[in-house]
Ligand binder design. Structure first.
Ligand code: FES
Length: 79
């Protein structure tokens, strides 16, 4: 298992295991990814990984050539 440096929207960085669940990784990092259906259809959980939009609830931490991933929320949460 390899790990990768993940930079979260709040600016801090953690080491995450490649292949782990995004929602679990985020929870461990103290980052709340908004969720809805948890089944890949609503898009509430969309995040941007190095600028590419993925749905966190159906995605896992991918390997990255640079060894670093940057996570941003795809849509600004409106609370
Ligand atoms: S929570 Fe609905 S697509 Fe992920």
């Amino acid at each position: 298992m390899s790990s990768i440096a993940v930079r979260w929207p709040d600016g801090h960085t953690t080491q995450e295991t490649v292949g782990s669940d995004w929602l679990q990784a985020a929870a461990k990092a103290g980052v709340a990814i908004p969720t809805g259906c948890l089944g890949g259809s609503c898009g509430a959980c969309e995040i941007e990984l190095n600028g590419k939009v993925v749905r966190a609830c159906i995605s896992t931490v991918p390997p990255s050539k640079s060894g670093q991933l940057s996570v941003d929320f795809a849509t600004d949460p409106h609370w």
